[in-house]
Write a protein that binds this ligand. Sequence first.
Ligand code: FAD
Length: 694
Amino acid sequence: AELDTLDILVLSVILLGTVAYFTKGTLWAKQKDPYANPAYLNGNANRVGRTRNFVEKMEESGKNCIIFYGSQTGTAEDYASRLAKEGKSRFGLETMVADLEDYDFDNLDTLPSDKIAFFVLATYGEGEPTDNAVEFYEFLNGEDVAFSQGGGAEDAPLDNLHYVAFGLGNNTYEHYNSMVRDVDRLLTKYGAHRIGNAGEGDDGAGTMEEDFLAWKEPMWAALAAHMGLEEREAVYEPVFGIVEREGLTPESPEVYLGEPNKMHLEGASKGPFNAHNPYIAPIAQSYELFKVKDRNCIHLDIDISGSTLSYTTGDHIAIWPTNPGDEVDRFLRITGLTDKRHQVITVKALEPTAKVPFPTPTTFDAIVRYHLEIGAPVSRQFVSTLAAFAPNEEIKNEMTRLGSDKDYFHEKTASQLLNIARLLEHVSNGETWDKIPFSAFIEGLNKLQPRYYSISSSSLVQPKKVSVTAVVESSMVMGRKDPFRGVATNYLLALKQKQNGDPDPSPFGLTYELHGPRNKYDGIHVPVHIRHSNFKLPSDPAKPIIMVGPGTGVAPFRGFVQERAQQARDGINVGRTILFFGCRKRTEDFMYEQEFEEYKKALGDKFELVTAFSRETSQKVYVQHRLKERSAEIGELLAQKAFFYVCGDAANMAREVNTVLTQIIAESRGVSEAKAEEIVKNMRAANQYQEDVW
Ligand code: FAD
């Protein structure tokens, strides 16, 4: 039969398709995207092919100031960028921001004395360095540190090094700001010279931002005096350029619509899965543990069987959230970007040492939805920066006032838990802020951070299914029509609602793009990675354990008890297992009640659940009261080297428990409180006392 034109057309298309299939599209793929960002070739390609010598890097790029950060949740990184920006705009310093994990430190002794290094260091958990600062810290702490020019401690090998230091800590932890304190001590020990005070910010007191602001002014004055810098009128200079890509649409395969890196863009996610590369995990099941009025607590089982991920009981899982659609819309509306939201853009660092914090080409919508922390509290300094771009003079004056007056700022904005878009809306009364360069947001807002959850299952019982127990963050705020809602927990709630086909999902929940970029999260998936922790059961199951975990603090202990129940069923000799659990009312928020009864059947007298219900009696009863009531028994068990665990609220509960424990030890051993405190310290050092608090 003759072929007509249509047949020929169809055949050609099929042929083209076949060629495309077998060549994976390489035949007509563009040679190389001139705007491509090499940092995102894969999960951690930014390490490949770059120098690890920071002195050389500074030399090459004409910098005289390097700002290192050790950051876990992004705040230290944010402060580092802000210092870099301010150093440049106010004092003409040639600054660069540097991730501690990207460089080696044996040549700290070769930084010329007319240059300066900043260390912005968060302390994580029990006085540990953040993940990206581990190598740096181990190097400085090494028994026999060897600097490149061979000097030992006595010869003050770092005599050339001038540095500035700021720490981010939490006074509710035992080792408050130990990272900055240790590093400062070690640098001084090796002869380096600190400029200004070593600042300390306190997250526990909720004053981090203000501590930082109060520290940096005298520091700048000291640094200016030391380096002979002259202050000038700060002018905003963007760090990133935005290039509109006319040839590309959101459908173009090379455009990132929220995919975290190139591997995700190109296909199924491949391991290793870590803080740079999440696994898109199916949620096996999800349900409500309790719901009282607006307070929800949810349980999720996340299936990691399709991945190389593994965990052991007591580890943490990180959930990578997506911003809620209505807040994304609000942000795009107030910044005048609604019409352009799907415009494909490339973001380019305008100077060689800056890193674009997400892969591009992408769209404004994807950046705001998947990569920027648009829900977080706004820093006062950022408000000052934005004043210059106000729609009119009056709004500008108001922004300047908010930026400079701490109390006024608190009263007007912070007390209402406003995020950036809400703050801009509030100050301009809804008028659009279309003069703000988009770069300012990339610089001024944090990267959207994964949230950590204490895994609430046992790896012995369900090695490929990770349980999460999360209470949904939602609170009514005076002066606001709608409640404040936490980012990750409401995202999880929305996933739970979708999975269960809940008849009445909240309107807020409905706005999440739960199917993810290019529908890659469809069928109820959530991006995750796992972080191993030191919060562990004793290796000998016969050792007694005492656990204190009120509220969601019970999470890891569900895992601990689940594990011991299984061991008991397997005929293993399990030691005494006491769990102190507290909540408001037995009938309201007593989670896993039935499950604990099942574990009790397996463990018999070995297991005891001690409960404290704070709202059932006129006198509030908390876990620490129950602990006190059981002083004699606890003292006895501790003498038998029982392990003692605390999980949950760092600010109040963990402290009170620590105090009660000290009293118990003082009484049971007949020693002074001071001596008992020392014993508790030693227990911590020996891992006999472990905390998992947040
Ligand atoms: P976010 O949006 O991050 O808000 C959290 C808080 O930040 C708010 O309550 C508010 O105080 C403040 N905030 C946010 N935005 C603003 C604003 N615009 N203005 C002012 N203040 C603001 N949680 C659990 O439920 N279960 C667990 O097992 C658990 N384990 C954890 C283990 C570890 C090691 C850590 C570090 C944390 C753990 N958490 C756990 C807490 C959890 O990681 C999250 O912090 C929590 O779920 C809230 O996340 P979110 O994104 O919903 O809220």
